[in-house]
Each structure stands twice: as C-alpha cells, then as structure tokens.
Design a protein around this ligand. Sequence first.
Ligand code: S3P
Length: 448
Amino acid sequence: MHPDTPRPFQITPGGALRGRITVPGDKSISHRAVMFGSLAVGESRVEGLLEGEDVLATAAAMQAMGATVKRDEDGVWRIHGVGVGGLLQPDRALEMGNSGTSTRLLMGLVASHPITATFTGDASLSRRPMARVIEPLSRMGADITASPGGRMPLMVRGLCPAVPIAYHLPVASAQVKSAVLLAGLNTPGITRVIEPVPTRDHSERMLRGFGAELTVEPGHYGAVISLTGEAELKPQHIVVPGDPSSAAFWTVAALVVPGSDLSIANVLLNPTRAGIYQALRMMGGDITVENEREVGGERVGDLRVRHSALTAIDVPPELAPSMIDEYPALFVAAAFAQGRTVARGAHELRVKESDRIATMATALGTAGVAVTEHEDGLTIQGTGGEPLPGGGRIATQLDHRIAMSMAVASLYATRPIMIDDVRPIATSYPDFLHTMTRLGASPTWLNA
Ligand code: S3P
C-alpha cells in the first residue's frame, strides 16, 4: 500500500538509451490469469505475473473469496481455484486501490454468485464511472447499490442463477465486455456481448484457453461473443508476456533521445494493443520487431527502437481502442515531433485514472509545450526534435501513466521537470525507476 504522503521526484537524464531491457508482465493478462485460475478446479501456475499493486489487489480479492493465490520462491504464482460457482462470501470490503480493471471484472464475477461484496478504492478510482457495468449486471439480476453518480464505494449482491443477456456494448470497453462475460461464466444458458468496435480480447482468448465454450462471430452490428454458462474451467500454465503499455514508455524515450538504440525483449504483440506502435511508425519512428514467436496463444516479439526524427500526424481516431492507455506516451512523442499533432476522438481518456486529456494538457504546458485542449483530445505543437524547455512541477493526479510519461519527457529537457508523486507508478510498473537507472538516468527525491 502507498505511504500516505506524495513523494515528488525528478529525473536527471543520462543521454542515449542503449542496450536491452525487459518490461514486466502484461497487466490485463495478469489480472485475468489470477481471476480465471481462481475459478478453475485445481492448481494453475502463472509465470511472469505483473506484481504491481493493481494485480495484487485482484489476488487479495480472490483470496478473500476463497481461492489460494501464492507466490513461490521461484517467482511462479500458484493458484488453487474454487470452481465456477464456488466463490465464498468475503468477510470484509474488497479494497481495489487504484484498479478499475480489478473492480469492473470482479463486479462481474460477484454478480452471478450467491454472495454480496462491497468494493472500495482510492480517490482516483472513487471518481470513475461504474454505471457502465452496473447497468448490464443489473439486467442479469445483480442488485447493486452505488454511491451517488454510480461511483464507489458500492455493493454488489449477486443473483444465482443469474439471467443470461445479449448486451450491445455502448462504449468501446474491454472492461465492460469482460464484466458481462465473467458474470456469464456462472449463468445458465448463453451470455452474448455484441462489440461494434474491437477492444483488447484477452478475456476471450484466455477463457477459451481455460476450456470455456466461447465463440466470436461477425454480426450485423459487430462481433458477437457468445459464452456458454455454468462453465468448467481447467487449470492452466500461463506465461505472461511483457506489457506493451509499459514498453511504450521506453519506445517513446528511445525515439526522442538522440543516439538511442534500444531493444525491449518479449513484448506482447496482440493487435488489439498495438495502436501506439502504428501511430509512432506513422510519425516516422524506427521500430522493428525481431524474433517474433507465439507464447501461450499470444504473439510476442523483441522490439528494436532507434532514435528518429518524428513528424506530426493527425492521429487516426480509429486507433483509439487499441492505444487507449498509451495516449499520454504518444502525447510526449508528439511534443518532440516536427509540426502539429492532432489527436481527437479519444473522449474515454477523460474517465481513466485521471482525466488524461486535462492532466496531460497541463503537464505538457508546464514543461513548456504549446498544447490546445479539445473535448476529445489534444493538439500539440512539437519542438522538431529539440529538447523540451522543461521546468515546473507536474501534478500526476494519482495516475501512474502521467508520472511515467512525464519522466520520459524529462529525459530530453533543458531544465529539470519536477513530478509531484512517484507512488502511482507502483500500480503497474514497480521497477520503472530501476530500469530508468539501468539506462543511465538518475532519479532524485525532492521535498514534498
Ligand atoms: C483494460 C481495459 C481498458 C484499459 C485498462 C485495462 C482491461 O479499459 O484502459 O487499462 O484490462 O480490460 P476500458 O475497458 O475502460 O477501456
């Protein structure tokens, strides 16, 4: 858990980024590995699990509902599941910290079990909208009492047996899709989700891997995902690939710091997560994939990234679902490009760990970048490869990706950029500053 007070820091750059690094396991896959392992009967083993606070919140919740989730000395996580339908009544509130994924997916699980669970979270999570999952889960029969505005803390009273629904996703959200599918696991009959715009498909891939009957077919309004309920999940051995969202920070860093030539090993290449790499290549980024292979049903490869003269683009809005978490990093790349980058159609950024449109507009403005804020994105005037002016103090708003993006921006800035709080980084990437140090930069701690 976080210490109570913010911990400000700044980065002293160390020049070109060179060599070979790895990034931690993918966050979305890690959450799902813990949840599905906890619902299988028998022992699942997970290698390369992301040991960030968000995933640990999921693990603690699954333990509170009866599963055994343990890390062995060899770093492998061993999970003994309770079986679909076997979740137990937790004897205290489920503390979700900063994690929207834990909250929304677990609400789905609880919704079709005969248990009641209260979900609490930090200040950032307590501001985020939960109505998007409350609505379909209520239709399946769950009784959900939320704080005003459909926020947390909230309580889910599951219904067993729940009612299967066919749910047309009103927002492009893998969390909403997954919440409904996870509720469908313990629901008799077929639960369907209709997805007009593709979003990350880890739930679908992994549920099939665990033995669930799940099909994806094209339909009139988009992909129709059908899950047969009262599923029996079989334990699995999962190897979690490196997180492309974490790799994006180093990719942007290597593209903008002159002289860089960096390899990032073992990165997940799933196309539903690859939008940032497409956008950076459109900007002229030299990013190649080596040693492409398949690990546990997912494509992975080693990225090689070389410093590049970036050119501004109009970011295609259709890339938004596949790079929704990477906009802060993309905005930093845009700040170094030649010309004016326009990123629109990313309204969902307003409801992430912070309002990422407003937070990044302020952060880049503070660091001397000319930024215009729109309702659904930003226009950013780049330096044309020159360092950012820097200076100022960045408000991270309890948002890990803001802290890491601005740490990357600091790697090529004339004056130091003070970042007000390091703590959120631990939610998704506890080793981030360690890797920064390995690459030659030096973090320093400042007075609060
Ligand atoms: C996630 C889905 C996305 C993403 C989040 C992880 C997931 O959220 O932003 O970091 O693991 O399903 P939305 O479904 O709200 O877009």
